[in-house]
Design a protein around this ligand. Structure first.
Ligand code: UT7
Length: 331
């Protein structure tokens, strides 16, 4: 009996309607369209407006679309992994809320927080459940309402992030398709360079933490940039070498969308031409856990069965990694 592999059998996605342009940001902080575009590649990002709406409000659209596109009855789903850094609540898990909202009565669920590498961590984790043979349908959803933790007085962070979510279905296959390999890394020594200082158990909310704006994402941009450029490129190259993949073998690179310059450096290290590099950062900015599934959602129609796709990410924590997969269907 051949090995059971976990293959992606469908993609759903959603971004909120409101478009926050570079032009509008010019009226909020001291910045300009030219700086943002040349330093990051971002033109606009989506923002979820409305009171009382959390990440689940974005992610549920992606999950429902995924169920519809894959003709899946909600009760057939075994597990939902919600990769997010902006959960609706500290507890319970946003995954639980999504199961309830989508009617996934027979699924268990949990949240996974690996910041911008979260979707890759979720994909690796979800695929293990399939590969054991015990589970048949696993949803991995990656999404964030980054606008809920962004300080719109800090020009170094508010220009980068946006809101959005994507979801994929994992199912077993005996063909040579699906998740072929993955490499994940963590280095907690990098925590201080990109984090939310307060709101956790180390520094619970007080009037002072709120006044000092410590419940927003804080980033030492140039330090994170240096680590991101090196580690994302290295891990992408490492997964190619480990699997004997040349640049010609790779159909697409699906990189985390944090900064176009980091994406270009990764592609260059891999020797992959720009025509193979999937990019949508100009429209959505950095949606953290949402970037890679939103790329799959945007570009799904281009993919052919058997295409080799390499995904790579770097994020707060620090976390980073790469996944090599063979696309499992023609859209
Ligand atoms: O996704 C998770 C991981 N995150 C990342 O991978 C993000 C990594 N970091 C970055 O993408 C970049 O570091 C940023 C886009 C955040 C910043 O770009 P940078 O080229 O590293 O700029 P910098 O922080 O070194 O700042 C250069 C200058 C500074 O001015 P001075 O000190 O040289 O006078 C900043 O104050 O640019 C200034 N600056 C801005 N100017 C106009 C910073 N932000 C802005 C802005 N508009 N929005």
């Amino acid at each position: 009996m051949s090995k059971i592999r976990a293959s992606i059998t469908g993609v759903g996605g959603y971004v909120p309607d409101y478009i926050l342009t570079n032009k509008e940001l010019e009226s909020i902080v001291e910045t300009n369209d030219e700086w943002i575009l040349t330093r990051t590649g971002i033109k606009e990002r989506r923002i979820l407006k409305g009171e009382g709406l959390g990440t689940s409000h974005i992610a549920i659209h992606a999950v429902k679309q995924l169920l519809e596109k894959t003709n899946t009855k909600p009760e057939e789903v075994d597990l939902l992994i919600c990769c997010t850094t902006t959960p609706d609540y500290v507890f319970p898990a946003t995954g639980n809320l999504l199961c309830d909202m989508a009617g996934l009565k027979n699924a268990f669920s949990y949240d996974l927080n690996a910041a911008c590498s979260g979707f890759l961590y979720g994909l690796m984790t979800g695929s293990q459940f399939i590969e054991t043979g015990k589970y048949k349908k696993v949803i991995v959803v990656g999404g964030d309402k980054m606008s809920s933790i962004i300080n719109y007085q800090d020009r170094a962070t508010c220009i980068i992030f946006g809101d959005g979510a994507g979801a994929i279905m994992l199912e077993p296959t005996h063909e040579e398709l699906g998740i072929m390999d993955g490499i994940l890394h963590t280095d907690g020594a990098g925590a201080q360079f990109l984090f939310q200082k307060s709101g956790g158990s180390r520094s619970p909310a007080t009037i002072e933490t709120v006044t000092n704006r410590e419940h927003f994402a804080s980033q030492e941009g140039s330090t994170v940039f240096k680590f991101a450029v090196t580690n994302m490129a290295n891990v992408a190259k490492e997964i190619m070498e480990k699997n004997n993949l040349t640049a010609e073998d790779i159909a697409y690179l699906a990189p985390h969308q944090a900064n176009k310059r980091i994406i270009d450096a990764t592609a260059e290290r891999m020797g992959v031409g720009s025509e193979k590099v999937l990019v949508n950062i100009e429209r959505y900015g950095n949606t953290t856990n949402g970037t890679i599934p939103l790329l799959l959602w945007d570009y799904e129609k281009k993919f052919k069965k058997g295409d080799n796709i390499v995904m790579a990410a770097f994020g707060g924590g620090f976390t980073w990694g790469a996944i090599y997969l063979k696309w499992a269907y023609n859209s």
